[in-house]
Ligand binder design. Structure first.
Ligand code: TPP
Length: 545
């Protein structure tokens, strides 16, 4: 077979059935062959960054390897921010990229693709020659899995037209890892855990992946420790009487008060980044035990008192056994007073609504969306000031929450949401975005969502400005005019592409918008544009500090 057909065959041999693409002469015949010969679902994006982001959204929503394909030169340079996001978000995907034939140095689209990719933090896997195609694709698949990052499979165009004696490589099935802890590490950690007076458990996505919920609940019972979760494990302990919810800058007041009083934090599979630790301040006065499958995650952002390398569930089970053997008594940190406060806490009454006829308070909007949108949903949030509200939308389970801001970039959410919606058509995908993020990175792909007939509900928090910049100018006593934007009518634009739409300018409009969502036509995505007053929001958040 020809080289490009061998690339398609190698991908299919590894179970690839969905590929997000922008075609050009570097990948045209690979894409064509994937669709025609193998019936692969080849989904065309309007921009290469978006194809890569769709693959990442799809990978996060399925837990499988995502695949995108782009052409050489500008096709690959267009993916750079998306690749960095994938590397920082640790998302395993393949980006199958053509490369300019080596002998055509003067080709307009020629550049050093290896150097370009390396700078993003993604991996680079060269296809060396036609005979190594199956082996190199197989290596790339393994690397994406073990290195937890995008791998660019680089295929010079000349190889694509070479004849190949195709030798299939066996498909890669990732082995289940249930890593048990080193006894000395566990002992050192248990010295801290067992002597804690006010311990708290913090679970992250690693605990979710390990399926450790029930074991961590039992560990919490044994220690008398309230339970908390990082953003990526949002909702993990929902329903537990001592669930504090999120640990970090988004903690609610009762959680924040309890966490401040704790003397020991036992962390399972959470990264302990800036946001989870409130810029490290939430760790002050606490001894920290950090359990993680990946040794490089321990002591990465903060220095901890004890690190244990191992699977969250296995380590938690071992801790329970040790506590039981020592006849350990639970601490008194779980009081009936705390239980009552947590039961009675209602986030909707924790602030004074500042809505008026013409604009809604984003905090009220978020609480009403939380109740009014379909409960069985997955949620994707773009970046911007609005996210500090939108990130408090609840999800049935942590895996129903997909992020796109590991690189702190706005505008990556729309395509991430489209990829996630393609992956899970059994539920609506709720996507919250600011007006700036939508205009920067997503608007063109709304037509892709329409063509794909996705069950996508886009909520635009429209303050007609870069809100994150607006608040900084206001805080310095400067005129925020430089942050303002005169956007087009976003509902009209979305409607022209085939969306159903609803506009929210008052609290009553929220009910009408929820009716539009409830009665949505199958296969027709919905965009809700909520009008928000940037000055009111800047004042609210300034007061909060
Ligand atoms: C690619 C990129 N460019 C610029 C920024 C700086 N930035 C951070 S938030 C923000 C404003 C986003 O505006 P919008 O999406 O409307 O959300 P808002 O902050 O108004 O809620 C900008 C420009 C960024 N983070 N990423």
């Amino acid at each position: 077979m020809l080289g490009h057909d061998a690339v398609a065959q190698a991908l299919v041999d590894h179970g690839v059935d969905t590929v997000f693409a922008v075609l050009g002469d570097g990948n045209l015949f690979i894409g064509e062959n994937l669709a025609r010969e193998h019936g692969v679902n080849l989904i065309s994006a309007t921009h290469e960054a978006n194809a890569v982001l769709m693959a990442q959204g799809w990978a996060k929503a399925t837990g499988r390897l995502g695949v995108a394909t782009v052409t050489h030169g500008p096709g690959l340079t267009n993916t750079i921010t998306a690749l960095v996001e994938g590397a920082k978000n640790e998302t395993p995907i393949l980006v199958v990229a053509g490369d300019t034939p080596i002998e055509q140095e003067q080709h307009l689209q020629n550049l050093d693709q290896h150097a370009l990719v390396t700078a993003t933090g993604a991996g680079f896997q060269p296809v060396r020659n036609a005979e190594t195609i199956a082996e190199d694709v197989s290596t790339a698949v393994r690397r994406a899995h073990f290195e937890h990052r995008p791998i660019v499979v680089n295929i010079p165009l000349n190889i694509e037209w070479d004849d190949v004696e195709y030798q299939p490589h066996p498909p890669f099935t990732p082995p289940p890892v249930r890593l048990a802890p080193d006894p000395d590490q566990l002992d050192a950690a248990m010295g801290i855990v067992a002597s804690a007076v006010r311990p708290v458990i913090l679970a992250g996505r690693g605990a979710v992946k390990s399926g450790a919920r029930e074991t961590l609940v039992r560990l919490g019972d044994a220690l008398g420790a309230p339970l908390s979760a990082s953003l990526l494990a949002t909702g993990f302990f929902r329903g537990e009487p001592f669930d504090l919810g999120l640990h970090g800058t988004l903690s609610h007041p009762i959680a924040a008060e309890t966490l401040a009083a704790a003397d020991c934090l036992i962390v399972f599979g959470a990264g302990l980044n800036y946001f989870t630790t409130g810029n490290h301040m939430m760790l002050t006065g606490k001894r920290v035990v950090h359990v993680d499958l990946d040794p490089t995650h321990i002591d990465r952002f903060v220095t901890v008192d004890a690190g244990v390398v191992g699977d969250a569930n296995v380590v938690a089970e071992a801790m329970i056994e040790m506590l039981s053997a020592a006849e350990h008594k639970p601490s008194g940190f779980r009081t009936s007073d705390l239980e009552q406060k947590l039961r009675e806490f209602d986030p909707a009454t924790a602030f004074d609504d500042k809505s008026y006829e013409g604009a809604v308070d984003p905090r009220t909007l978020t609480r009403r969306l939380d109740d009014g949108l379909p409960q069985k949903r997955q949620v994707v949030i773009d970046g911007g000031r609005f996210m500090f509200d939108a990130l408090t939308l609840s999800v049935p389970e942590p895996k129903d929450f997909v992020t796109s801001h590991a690189f702190g970039s706005i505008g990556l959410g729309t395509s991430t949401a489209i990829g996630a919606a393609v992956a899970r058509p059994d539920r609506p995908t709720v996507f919250c975005v600011g007006d700036g993020g939508l205009m920067m990175g997503g608007l063109t792909e709304l037509s892709t969502a329409v063509h794909l007939g996705l069950d996508l509900i886009v909520v635009v928090y429209n303050d007609r400005c870069y809100g994150a910049e607006h608040i900084q100018l206001v805080a310095k006593g400067l005129d925020p005019a430089a942050s303002l934007h005169d956007w087009p009518d976003l509902c009209a634009v979305a409607h022209s592409m085939g969306f159903d739409t609803a506009t929210i300018t008052s609290l009553e409009d929220i009910d009408t918008a929820m009716d539009v969502v409830r009665n949505r036509t199958p296969g027709v995505p919905v965009l809700i544009e909520a009008s928000i007053d940037p000055d009111v929001v800047s004042t609210i958040y300034q007061q909060l500090g």
